[in-house]
Design a binder for this molecule. Structure first.
Ligand code: GCB
Length: 611
């Protein structure tokens, strides 16, 4: 124990620099409020199951005939005649609306898993003296980016943004942007190819061209500390990044402060919070218009200020105990063929069911970073957020490259969302079976999260074990977590009758808050069974909720819950032809949003529940 403490201490000391190295070259956070050219709309595509457009197979395929990203007008070449020919033509390819997963775009693509090339032509606005960046909010899973036939960059990871500078690759007039999207997951990907949701593929979130001055504010953040100070940083990028004055002003508070950037372009702010500051909370989701400005640039964001901490086994929001009344959510809109196409309306519809339907104050955004739209809405509507990256079930724990991937995804998520007051918890994993390499992997992630963002709480959805009537937590990772969280399915998986659930004995560390990060049962909306004994009936699911909530009431350190799950979602694992048909039916709502009986059971519980 003593040795462990010293090692952990050294690791913490060593980490901030390492965490800083994970900062992507460009972030362009607050992209929503910048000068942008949205490249959403109609793109063309070409399927490439054998990856001929990407690899020079054995060196003998004349790959130039097949390189889908080439900057070539195939129709014009054909019209000229001659010996040259091509085996693709993106200009005349089928069309698809971007953003959106391809799985719902065409019936023949429903189960397509592999490489697809996308192309979009665009004419940039006048960009004299400006720098121009491409910002992808998410491409699932690997992206190869080409502009006018030249490779611009690559990215791996389906749920986090990435930015590529294209200032010098752009030409006046029409430009050709080509993106090869590979949806294949494998043993080294995060997540691996085996999950309990549909992995989808495509350019699933918006793509924007962003115009900035030569020296610009790449990222700026401001947060409230428990000592009631406003602390933050602004990172400038460009030839004049050093020695610049950055001014922060908060509209409505008559507060401004300035700081000068260091040699690396970083300005650090620290100011006593003004007296009139209204704290952000689910009940009063106050947001302030914060402007960061330099002589060259101006970056706006809407930021809420609140504190979150743990005291004994309580979670404190703005110094007061809070019970997290939540539910888990996958990123899937309502409908019979959802494909993770998160518009503001779609996200608002989902979050409204949590906030107003269930009387909730919390959402677990599982099992990966959700759309920026959803995070901004959570801020605006007043919902606390658990954020996680898809280190789910298993990943290749012993492979340092996979750990590096996880740390980078974590960094991309933290940098993206650290101005969102709604986010209070970073999770480092979900249901990962205990082993020494796995625990080391998660410990590195926990240290990384803390180094990247010491202002939020760290958790993980852990697996519990069972001995007779006792449920216990035997996971060495608990030492690294501020908040314990467990997934439990007694009464659904396993042989327990529902009547036994309230009597289960919980044996968990008593010194820290606990969350039930999951519990749930499948039900096909409309299938009724008055005896409540048949699994898959609404009645069984409702009874499961009643009994599990009774159990929850007996758990002394319990500080919140996010039952599994708000809405039925597609999963290739769930193939019971009568009840599932490709859907995980643990939703409190059907796929189209019809409330099941359990929805009302939970809504009533939350309405009556005191903090
Ligand atoms: C879990 C997983 C979740 C599954 C759920 C289920 O524990 O974390 O991703 O969908 O169980 O339905 O079994």
């Amino acid at each position: 124990r003593w040795v462990f403490t010293i090692v952990a201490f050294l690791a913490v000391l060593a980490l901030p620099a390492a965490a800083q190295e994970l900062r992507p070259a460009y972030l362009l956070t607050g992209a929503a409020n910048r000068e942008v050219q949205d490249l959403s709309g109609t793109w063309t595509y070409s399927k490439d199951l054998y990856r001929t457009g990407l690899t020079d197979i054995n060196g003998w395929v004349a790959k130039s005939r097949m390189q889908r990203y080439r900057d070539v007008d195939v129709a014009a070449e054909e019209a000229r005649g001659g010996a040259t020919f091509f085996e693709f033509d993106l200009d005349r390819g089928p069309q698809m609306a971007i953003p959106g997963a391809w799985n719902a775009a065409e019936p023949e693509l429903r189960y397509y898993n592999g490489l697809i090339w996308f192309q979009r032509k665009f004419t940039p606005k006048v960009f004299d003296g400006k720098r121009v960046f491409l910002r992808f909010e998410a491409v699932n899973y690997k992206a190869n980016i080409y502009l006018n036939g030249k490779e611009m960059g690559r990215h791996e990871g389906g749920f986090t943004p990435f930015v590529i500078e294209v200032t010098h690759a752009l030409r006046a007039g029409e430009n050709r942007l080509s993106v090869g999207v590979d949806s294949t997951h494998d043993a080294q990907s995060i997540p691996t190819a085996i999950t309990d949701w549909d992995l989808f593929g495509g350019i699933t979130r918006p793509v924007k061209l962003i115009y900035t001055p030569e020296t610009f504010i790449d990222d700026a953040t401001l947060t409230l500390t428990p000592e009631r100070r406003l602390k933050g940083v602004a990172q400038l990028n460009g030839p004049r990044a050093a020695g610049q004055v950055v001014t922060v002003s908060i509209a409505g508070l008559k507060t401004t402060m300035s700081a000068t950037t260091d040699a690396k372009g970083l300005a650090v702010f620290d100011l006593k919070a003004p007296r009139g500051l209204k704290l952000w909370s689910p009940d009063t989701p106050a947001l302030y218009e914060v402007t960061f400005s330099t002589v060259d640039d101006r970056l706006r964001d809407r930021i809420g200020f609140r504190t979150v901490a743990v005291k004994g086994c309580q979670i404190l929001l703005n110094g007061k105990p809070v019970f997290l009344k939540g539910v888990s959510l996958h990123e899937e809109e309502f409908g019979s063929h959802p494909a993770r196409n998160m518009t503001e309306a779609a996200s608002r519809a989902l979050l409204s069911e949590i906030k107003y339907g269930l009387h909730g104050n919390y959402v677990r955004l599982s099992h990966y970073p959700h759309s920026e739209i959803t995070l901004r809405l959570a801020d605006e509507m007043g919902l606390l957020v658990w954020s996680e990256i898809p280190v789910y079930w298993t990943v290749d724990w012993e492979n340092p490259a996979v750990l590096q991937k996880a740390l980078r995804m974590q960094a991309e998520t933290v940098f993206r969302d650290r101005n969102r007051a709604s986010v209070i918890l970073w999770s480092v994993g979900n249901e990962t079976p205990v082993s020494a390499p796995r625990t080391q992997f998660h410990a590195a992630m926990a240290d990384n999260a803390r180094a990247l963002d010491p202002t939020r709480l760290i958790s993980a959805a852990l697996l519990v074990e069972r001995k007779g009537n006792e449920i216990y937590l035997a996971d060495p990772l608990v030492d690294k977590l501020d908040v314990l969280a467990v997934n439990t399915y007694a009464g659904w998986y396993g042989d327990d009758p529902l009547s036994a659930v309230p009597g289960l004995q919980w044996n968990v560390p008593a010194d820290r808050p606990l969350i039930l990060s999951e519990f749930g049962a499948d039900a096909l909306a409309g299938y009724r069974d008055p005896t409540a004994t048949h699994k898959f009936s609404e009645d069984y699911q409702a009874e499961y909720y009643r009994q599990t909530l009774k159990m929850a009431d007996r758990m002394p350190t319990l500080n919140g819950m996010s039952p599994w799950i708000l809405k039925d979602f597609q999963s290739p694992r769930r193939e019971h032809p009568i009840y599932q048909d490709g859907w995980n039916r643990k939703g409190l709502l059907s796929e189209t949003g019809v409330r099941k009986e359990a929805f009302d059971v939970l809504a009533t519980y939350y309405q009556d529940k005191q903090p």
